[in-house]
Design a protein around this ligand. Structure first.
Ligand code: FAD
Length: 460
């Protein structure tokens, strides 16, 4: 590799900052430009705050549930402000960790708004001045922002998005969440477990439109136990402020009054004004940057990764694309591969999936075999008092694993066995040939793999 290569990265989310560290470790000179906070959406307004709040809210629920084991928890006291302080402290700790990595890897970090003005020159607007940075290659990693329909009258006060939600010092008594996707449902669960009365509105006929329908049915029952109101097949026409409250007006003329509305209807890529249009970097109809299998744009010196390209908007996707783009720039040619991208919902219980869902196989008329195993028959799940859930494994007629969904505690940790299976073309038999520890939650995967051949030992 040419040791004098300079790689500049615009955006320091999980895509951008990981690209910077890897490029530096592989010997390039690196500029990293960020206009807000290190860690991007993921650390500051996405993955991490939701997980901290979910974890805390679910601990509270777990403690309350101890009543069923004859343990009195009626004296449980908590203060949301303390929970918020802990969230801020943990995020600061993680941000400082990234900052230390940037320094120790000798990355030139610049706080400011970056724009690629020529394919070998970046302009950065900092607080006080404009800087020009010569560059050999650029990675665009500018992430995404919430979609905000105009008629929703976003005011950052009581009609908000996830940009404001995680900094609220006081939670509302009632909230309407517009949108029933992954982030909305995670938020819905933690808010309801902190005592907020939540109504969730989804335009499709069920929440979590891309997940396994069997599992959504089971999960919906859990949300309803938390007293969440779910309105499906309902579109929101507009949101208005009225007498310190908000009114959500739906397409069937329903008016829902609450203290707050959270707009959670999807995200749009931050691709405006990050490069000079004369560079002929093309975008698609959704404003996503067009890249080839090496994540290179139409301009051979410019790469794009993360939420601004046409791949799942996930932090681990952005990190993986960072790895791919940096290697390609430095001559280690790697094609991006989206065969086994895990999806996770960090609710209680968690829901994770990889590969095809059963509904997708049915819709596409792809022949398949299925093995399932419920957590309620699993010694470890029973000993943890966490028996809601199941593993579902889908294979082709030759038993090669092509899809899997896990619904249950620790599903996001368990899914990797099945990610590996799909990526490496393993069969259900090859999974059931492996010795799984006992007692463990992974035995549910072993049993579901055996069930593909009707050979589950512990299932009736
Ligand atoms: C509520 C919520 C929960 C989520 N939970 C999960 C989860 O559990 N798991 C998961 O995998 N994903 C989750 N995501 C998605 C995840 O956060 C994103 O997919 C991920 O952050 C994308 O990474 P990125 O590096 O592409 O962009 P980002 O993380 O958005 O980072 C891009 C950075 O670029 C900066 N930037 C933009 N323009 C410029 C410019 N011109 N100059 C300088 N800097 C610029 C931005 O300020 C930002 O800091 C969640 C998202 C949300 C909103």
């Amino acid at each position: 590799m040419d040791k004098d290569i300079t790689i500049s990265i615009i955006g320091a989310g999980p895509g951008g900052y990981e690209a910077a560290i890897l490029a530096s470790k592989l010997g390039a000179k690196v500029n990293l430009i960020e206009n807000k906070e290190l860690g991007g959406t993921c650390l500051n307004k996405g993955c991490i705050p939701t997980k901290i709040f979910l974890h805390t809210a679910n601990k509270i629920k777990e403690i309350k549930d101890l009543k069923s084991l004859n343990i009195d928890t009626s004296d449980l006291i908590y203060n949301f402000k303390d929970i918020l302080d802990r969230k801020n402290k943990d995020i600061n700790k993680l941000r400082n960790g990234i900052n230390n990595l940037i320094k120790s890897n000798h990355i030139n970090f610049i706080k400011g708004e970056g724009k690629l003005i020529k394919d070998n020159l970046i302009q950065v607007k900092t607080k006080n001045k404009k800087i020009e940075l010569p560059t050999d290659y650029t990675i665009l990693a500018t992430g995404s922002s919430p979609i905000i329909p105009e008629s929703f009258n976003y005011n950052k006060n009581n009609i908000i998005t996830t940009e404001e939600l995680f900094d609220l010092e006081v939670l509302p008594e009632t909230i309407v969440i517009i949108g029933g996707g992954v982030a909305a449902v995670e938020i819905c669960q933690y808010l309801s477990r902190f005592g907020v009365k939540v109504t969730i509105i989804e335009a499709e006929d069920h929440i979590l439109p891309n997940q396994d329908k069997d599992i959504i049915r089971k999960f919906t029952r859990i949300l309803k136990k938390d007293k969440v109101k779910i309105l499906t097949k309902t579109k929101v026409n507009s949101i208005k402020e009225k007498d310190n409250k908000i009114e959500v007006i739906t397409d069937n003329d329903k008016v829902i009054v609450a203290d707050m509305a959270l707009i959670c209807v999807g995200r749009t890529p931050n691709t405006n004004n990050i490069y000079n249009e004369s560079l002929h970097i093309r975008r698609d109809n959704n404003n996503l940057i067009k890249v080839n299998n090496f994540l290179q744009t139409d301009n051979e010196r410019v790469y794009a990764i993360g939420d601004i390209v046409n791949s799942p908007m996930l932090a681990h996707m952005a990190s993986h694309e960072a790895f791919t783009a940096v290697n390609n720039i430095l001559g280690n040619k790697i094609e991006i591969n989206y065969k086994a991208v895990p999806n996770a919902l960090y609710t209680e219980p968690e829901i994770t999936s990889v590969g095809y869902s059963e509904d997708e196989l049915k819709e596409k008329n792809i022949p398949y075999l299925k093995g399932t195993f419920p957590f309620r028959l699993l010694g470890k799940a029973i000993s943890m008092n966490q028996t809601d859930g199941m593993v579902k494994i889908l294979t082709d007629p030759n038993q090669k694993i092509i899809g899997a969904t896990i619904f249950g505690t620790h599903a996001s940790d368990l899914i990797m066995e099945l990610v590996l299976a799909i990526e490496k073309n393993l069969s259900a038999n090859e999974i059931s040939d492996l010795i799984h520890p006992h007692p463990s939650l992974s035995e549910a995967i072993l049993e579901a793999a055996r069930d593909v051949s009707d050979l589950s030992i512990n299932k009736l």
